[in-house]
Design a protein around this ligand. Structure first.
Ligand code: SAM
Length: 286
């Protein structure tokens, strides 16, 4: 790898720290309670610098992924500042659920959702502040919020009718790089939170197939994780694509329908890139 590609990340960290430090200190001065969440405040200010530019650069790609495929109840994992909301087609999306553990980001998500017609009072918006890895809390929030008409009815093996609180679409855009126990978390989300026939959409920066790039991703990951809370060395696309399920007789089968689904490279990403992305769409088998 070229030296400039290897050390560019260091200059990025220095520049972002320079830009985000003063706004972070101002936020803590205005609301001293935030001293207990310094990383949340800092990363919110970092994302206010990085997020809009990245979103603008990727709008065609996101429109192509989200607009045609997000439908029904949509769960956005690590919603950040709610950048995906503008790509949701309101004629197909009945509810937007933003999961975002960083409480400093909540006001931006709420105002972005509201400006696109998703509000708690309309019943088509929900904001959850737990981690994506906390599946029981995710299911608890879904069960208490989803209106009866949104729940589909299922017959359990014993013939008892149970409500299906699972969602139609799960999205993760550059968030799985931050999940604790990511492989297990993604698998449990697909198994327990996504409905059969539902879609798992993602855009994630992943571990490179090139050995030299992967070596530098592993080298920088602990430092980047301390700075931004995310890792560069995760093969997230392979983990999602490889999720397994059990059939009615307890045999292991693929989670995803074979006829649909792919995880492709982002065309404009250079190969020598610590942040090479994969865009993916997988459909859960019925
Ligand atoms: C790089 S930002 C991406 C935000 C947004 N998805 C976007 O594309 O604009 C990563 C987000 O993941 C969130 N995150 C961090 N840890 C998480 C966790 N355990 N569960 C869910 N989200 C998490 C962060 O708070 C942050 O908002």
């Amino acid at each position: 790898m070229k030296l400039s590609n290897v050390i560019g990340i260091l200059f990025q960290m220095i520049e972002l720290t320079r830009l985000a430090l003063i706004p972070t200190l101002k936020d803590i001065y205005k609301n001293p309670y935030l001293i207990f969440h310094p990383f949340y405040v800092f990363f919110t200010n970092v994302w206010a610098i990085l997020g809009p530019a990245m979103d603008e650069h990727e709008k065609e790609m996101k429109r192509g992924l989200i607009d045609p495929h997000a439908r029904g109840v949509v769960l956005d994992l690590g919603a950040g500042h709610g950048h995906i909301i503008k790509y949701l087609d309101q004629s197909k999306v009945t509810k937007y659920i933003a999961l975002e553990p960083n409480i400093c980001m909540h006001s931006k998500i709420r105002s972005e959702a509201s400006s696109h017609g998703f509000t708690e009072s309309n019943g088509n918006f929900l904001l959850i502040s737990c981690s994506a890895s906390d599946i029981s809390s995710v299911l608890f929030h879904l069960s208490t919020s989803i209106e009866n008409e949104e729940k589909s009815r299922l017959h359990s093996a014993s013939g008892i009718i149970i409500e299906d609180i699972r969602v139609d679409t799960i999205m993760t855009i550059r968030s799985a790089c931050s999940f604790p126990s990511p492989e297990k978390t993604l698998s449990r989300l697909a198994k327990n939170v996504l409905k059969p026939g539902g879609e798992f959409l993602f855009v994630e920066h992943v571990l490179s197939e090139r050995k030299d790039v992967a070596w530098w991703q592993r080298f920088w990951s602990p430092i980047w994780e301390a700075f931004a809370g995310c890792r560069l060395d995760r093969p997230t696309h392979l983990w999602i694509g490889g999720i397994k399920d059990l059939d009615g007789e307890g045999r292991t089968i693929d989670m995803w329908s074979a006829s649909e689904g792919e995880a492709k490279r982002l065309a404009e990403d250079p190969e020598e890139n610590l942040f090479g992305h994969r865009i993916g769409r997988f459909v859960k088998h019925l």
